[in-house]
Design a protein around this ligand. Structure first.
Ligand code: SD4
Length: 403
């Protein structure tokens, strides 16, 4: 498959126009442009956003809609954020008017308002988790399982050319290659993973095929790509012009220094519980920008970037993969839950394990977890890590506790 892009790396066929509408609706829904925190869907703007979001599937066939002409989106994400903030400011809406801010670092702030009642739920890393969770719930509505929720959520973010840390449009390694890592696990502890794969639009789906259709757990590099071809997955150019330009700029100094919390938008780790109480998890990323060619992070490593034990719970990680790998972080979180810790306490302990062992002043790691009773938690080394927590009609963005 060949995709074409404009100068900013945007691809505007109907599919992508549709995703932009989803995106726009979601921006309006959650108002996360204005400040970090959680927002409930109870203002008229949010209702309008929900309308846009809900309506977008019905205009799936639109031809040639060029959202670049839409004033809020004219000059890419940063200006979209700025313009949106200006618009909302001009309308006299303060960030408080959007809803409730939940700050886990303040003991007086309410914790997640999601209490277990047998209802399906999701938790995903970073702001893009909100949109991903919504796609996950759509998959559930179509009769899908927790695994289908994970795959649908991941696919949405993987196909987004704007995000430069997952799938299409991901920032390349130092040699200019976009290389992807992803894994998936189900309730029964079955696992599949692909690492160091190129030209695959949906690496998490490929990981699922490894899990379901091979006797193996991990396929890497050319072997994984060959398997993708056998599975009918087309080869896709993932390096957008925007990411290529960023790489060219980086090469002037060639200074390898991972920027943490970049644009508050990073690798996506997703945990889902379906209506039968089955937990599944997935993690997908283009890894750290300008890494050495061949570098594999924590995200595709079972137990590091992701771990699921249907009886106990699940955890996923984001941040500097090397630190997560050395402590097998997600496995650690689940094992701490097995010992009786809440998801929140387990994430805190796993973060502290890293902090006790190395200087973390320039290093971010965040964990989020879901226990088998549906409770959730998240914690990171530094401020800035957000998680999206969702039930069917309730999506909230949480600013994780840290330190
Ligand atoms: C990696 N853990 O490749 C990934 C990157 C990431 O937030 O999650 N960044 O190391």
């Amino acid at each position: 498959m060949h995709l074409s892009f404009d100068r900013e790396g945007h691809h505007f066929d109907e599919h992508h126009a549709l995703r932009w509408l989803h995106h726009f609706g979601t921006q309006l829904i959650f108002g996360h442009l204005l400040h970090r925190g959680a927002h409930q869907l109870d203002t008229s703007f949010c209702r309008f956003g929900r309308f846009v979001f809900a309506a977008s599937p019905y205009i799936e066939g639109i031809q040639g809609l060029d959202l670049r002409k839409f004033p809020l989106m004219k000059n890419g994400r940063r200006n979209f954020l700025r313009n949106s903030a200006a618009l909302f400011g001009g309308l006299g809406l303060s960030s408080r008017a959007w809803g409730r801010y939940v700050d886990w670092t303040n003991p007086k702030s309410p914790k997640s308002s999601l209490s277990f009642d047998g209802a399906p739920r999701m938790i995903s890393t970073w702001d893009h988790g909100l949109l991903a969770n919504a796609a996950g719930f759509k998959a559930l509505k179509r009769g899908g399982s927790a695994l289908d929720m994970i795959e649908a959520a991941a696919q949405l973010v993987e196909a987004d050319p704007i995000g430069q840390s997952v799938g299409l449009g991901g920032l390349p390694d130092r040699d200019g290659h976009v290389t992807l890592d992803a894994c998936i696990m189900n309730h029964d502890g079955e696992a599949g993973s692909v690492c160091f794969v190129q030209n695959i639009l949906h690496p998490l789906s490929l990981a699922r095929k490894v899990m379901e259709q091979t006797p193996h757990v991990i396929l890497a590099g050319a072997g994984a790509e060959k398997f993708a071809q056998e599975m009918g997955m087309e080869s896709t150019e993932l390096l957008t012009e925007a990411s290529r330009q960023a790489w060219i700029e980086w090469r002037k100094d060639s200074n390898y220094a991972p920027v943490i919390n970049i644009e508050n938008h990073d690798t996506i780790g997703i945990l889902a519980m379906d209506d039968q109480g089955r937990i599944a998890g997935g993690c997908t990323t283009s890894g750290l920008a300008y890494k050495m060619h061949g570098r594999i992070g924590d995200s595709p490593i079972i137990g590091a970037g992701l771990f699921v034990d249907g009886e106990i719970g699940a955890a996923t990680a984001t941040g500097l993969g090397e630190a997560v790998l050395k402590t097998l972080g997600s496995f650690l979180v689940v094992e701490l839950m097995r010992q009786g810790k809440s998801p929140q306490a387990a994430c805190e302990e796993a973060v502290h394990r890293i902090m006790r062992r190395q200087d973390t002043s320039d290093l971010q790691v965040g964990y989020c977890a879901m226990a088998a009773d549906g409770s959730m938690g998240a914690h990171s080394i530094h401020e800035g890590f957000t998680t999206a927590q969702s039930q069917e009609n309730q999506h909230e963005l949480f600013h994780a506790s840290f330190g």
